[in-house]
Design a protein around this ligand. Structure first.
Ligand code: FAD
Ligand code: SF4
Length: 327
């Protein structure tokens, strides 16, 4: 591990000021960043500790939505009563991730910005375009069982690991950012980037920019939501495939539906294809399967992860069934 400076800040202005020093990085819960520093994958020269910033609240907004501070811990968010009642998909996604101890430390901002679990990214002995642009991709011809089948490029096939972000994509959340050039709001669907030829760029954050909070829109009364995750073991494991659904039903038909997939995409994966198949249609097994076929139509499996295509289809089909049968 490379030695580094440590700076604790108490307000946003100091955090932004400190972020202009050399290769500085914000540290929140540290559950991704410190691991990667120990592995020599991340090598910041300064760590800016943002744990004292007043960004640890969940507040109601004037339009009936919720504002979640970037420092709200994953446990607190998952157990918040407004989240459980209005946005169960988010609570379920959070509780399906990591372990209770990790969730007590992990934050909303850090979870959005967590980095891939690709084995080759985390081991500096291997070439990796994300870690070292232009060095190659060891996963392409290596062991790629956990890798992505949607949104991949010839330069990177790493999966985005967050469960929380998948739920937030289905909820059409907005990420609030502040930085040296001022404040801006980015729809979550545009926050994470596809790898293309620059897999080292994973999101739209510019140098020194800080996520301050995530806003959830108000949902119409009667909106249902759910998150379903498939993984190698029942807890403390990342998704092989997951599905987040947010939907309104009118009788037995879907009126409005949002679908996002996890564990299969290079970013939290919204599926407009599945939504188009379902909107206005009967909630029945035939339409669920048609939506799953549409969602995975563009999948590009490799030698070890072809099983994910059918797994993702079944996960989505099952999630739609669970949601439509909920009271
Ligand atoms: C063993 C293990 C199992 C796990 N299992 C799962 C799982 O099943 N599902 C899942 O979704 N996750 C899982 N995780 C990942 C975990 O959810 C993340 O490590 C955690 O959410 C990161 O949050 P943090 O606050 O600790 O981030 P940190 O490690 O502090 O930071 C992560 C990154 O975000 C940046 N950052 C943090 N906050 C901000 C901000 N406000 N603005 C700008 N940049 C910021 C940091 O600079 C850093 O680059 C697991 C982790 C471990 C170690
Ligand atoms: S898949 Fe991406 S993160 Fe993994 S080795 Fe290839 S370039 Fe690196």
């Amino acid at each position: 591990m490379q030695s580094f400076q440590y700076k604790k800040v108490d307000d946003i202005a100091s955090a932004l000021g400190a972020s202009e020093i050399g290769n500085a990085k914000f540290v929140a819960g540290g559950t991704t960043l410190i691991d990667l520093m120990k592995l020599n994958v991340e090598r910041p020269t300064t760590l800016i500790d943002i744990n004292s910033l007043a960004l640890d609240r969940i507040e109601k907004t004037s339009d009936g939505g919720l504002k979640i501070g970037a420092m709200v811990r994953n446990s607190d968010l998952a157990h918040d009563l407004d989240i459980q009642r209005q946005y169960p998909v988010l609570s379920q996604a959070l509780l399906s991730g990591a372990s209770p101890q990790l969730r007590n430390m992990a934050t909303t901002g850090g979870n959005l910005l967590q980095r891939t679990r690709c084995y080759y990214f985390r081991d500096t002995a291997y070439p990796c375009n994300k870690r070292k642009p232009g060095s190659g991709c060891a996963a392409m011809d290596g062991y790629n069982r956990i890798h992505a089948i949607l949104g991949t490029s010839e330069h990177c096939i790493a999966t985005h690991p967050s469960d929380m972000a998948v739920a937030m994509v289905a909820l059409e959340a907005a990420v609030h950012i502040t930085g040296p050039k001022g404040e801006r709001i980015v729809p979550i669907g545009e926050f994470h980037l596809l790898p293309g030829s620059t897999p080292n760029r994973e999101n739209v954050l510019g140098p020194g920019e800080l996520v301050t909070h995530v806003a959830l829109p108000a949902l119409q009364a009667g909106t249902r939501s759910c998150y379903l995750k498939r993984r190698d073991r029942a807890s403390y494991e990342f998704a092989l495939a997951s599905a987040a659904i947010v939907a309104q039903l009118q009788g037995s038909r879907f009126r409005r539906i949002r679908v996002a997939l996890g564990g299969v995409g290079t970013k939290p994966w919204r599926s407009p294809e599945a939504e188009q198949v379902l909107e206005g249609q009967e909630a029945n097994e035939r339409n669920f399967r048609a939506a799953a076929e549409a969602a995975l139509h563009g999948a590009k499996p490799l030698h070890d992860n072809a099983f994910k295509v059918e797994l993702a289809k079944r996960t989505l089909t099952r999630a739609l069934k669970v949601l439509s049968q909920a009271a």
